[in-house]
Design a protein around this ligand. Structure first.
Ligand SMILES: Nc1ncnc2c1ncn2[C@@H]1O[C@H](COP(=O)(O)OP(=O)(O)OP(=O)(O)O)[C@@H](O)[C@H]1O
Length: 282
């Protein structure tokens, strides 16, 4: 079995890579329930990292801890090389502008139009004229493949796929370098999910994004992720390419990737991250 330890990132080719997110010895809990028990994780610049784990294992909690939305009990979280807990409030706000978040189910404000939702981060953090904000909102809509006519619609008037795209447009409002995606394809039909994967992959390449993606979608792992990290028992039990994960003999990973659904995908001819890149180049 390959060495999948993430506790020794100095070894091998990955040592050269810049960790945009670096988590060390993270402990997070609610009352007596410890969710993270000394977790380590790296997300490298320019990669799409898929983050998997059983239901209730703490994928959302980890995402929220990295974003500063959940209190941590111990450990260190560095973003862009800066220890978040050592920053002043102003520096933390400056840092927060460097990432965008697509929450599960979009989390759009239901009383605002799509345009107003996209403009929300712009209003909070910059002084931009209303006209420029309108132009920027239309650009972001175009970027995520939504028609201009979607701008003045309310979330309740959109299909599930359109809500995801509108939420992605909002996540991209401030031109982030780092994108957090929490189950981006959940609730989409297989065609919609494949389209959304392709959109993420295209945006990641063209905008040079680093992507941290929580997902249960095995297709997404195969088609757009450079690496996968797996969470179990409060720690990252393995991190590596899909081939490395498939070779791993941890019982949960074997059940996940070699169970009924996983095996079907392993056996099937499939799109891979490499195919996506080749398609873009041709
Ligand atoms: N605010 C909170 N207060 C108390 N417990 C919480 C809180 N938020 C999360 N938890 C608990 O933390 C654990 C991890 O939850 P989390 O939502 O991160 O799991 P998950 O891996 O994202 O699950 P799923 O795949 O089902 O979305 C769960 O046991 C959950 O009940």
């Amino acid at each position: 079995m390959p060495d999948l330890s993430i506790a020794a990132p100095q070894e091998g080719a990955l040592a050269e890579r810049e960790a945009v997110v670096r988590v060390r010895d993270l402990v997070v809990g609610f009352g007596e329930h410890l969710v993270m028990k000394g977790l380590d994780l790296d997300v490298y610049r320019g990669e799409v990292l898929g983050f998997v784990g059983g239901s209730g294992q703490g994928k959302s909690v980890l995402t929220r801890a990295i974003l500063g939305l959940v209190a941590t009990r111990a450990g260190r979280i560095e973003l862009f090389g800066e220890d978040r807990d050592r920053l002043s409030a102003a520096d933390r706000r400056r840092l927060e502008r460097r990432w965008g978040v697509l929450f599960q189910n979009g989390a759009l404000f239901s009383s605002l139009t799509v345009r107003q939702n996209i403009q929300m981060p712009m209003r909070e953090s910059r002084k931009i004229s209303p006209r420029l904000m309108d132009e920027l909102a239309m650009l972001k809509l175009d970027l995520v493949g939504l028609p201009a006519s979607a701008a003045d619609k309310f979330p309740s008037e959109l299909s599930g796929g359109m809500v995801k795209r509108a939420a992605l447009a909002r996540a991209l409002a401030l031109d982030p370098e780092l994108l957090f995606l929490d189950e981006p394809t959940s609730g989409l039909d297989p065609i919609g999910a494949a389209d959304f994967d392709e959109l993420i992959s295209t945006l990641q390449r063209t905008l040079g994004l680093t992507v941290f993606m929580v997902t249960h979608d095995l297709d997404s792992l195969y088609s757009i992720c450079d690496r996968v990290a797996a969470l179990a028992e409060g720690k990252v039990i393995a991190a590596g390419t899909m081939d490395e994960m498939l070779a791993c003999d941890h019982p949960w990973l074997r059940a996940y990737f070699h169970g009924v659904r996983g095996s079907r995908l392993v056996a099937a001819p499939r799109r891979t991250r490499g195919d996506e890149a080749e398609k873009a180049e041709s």
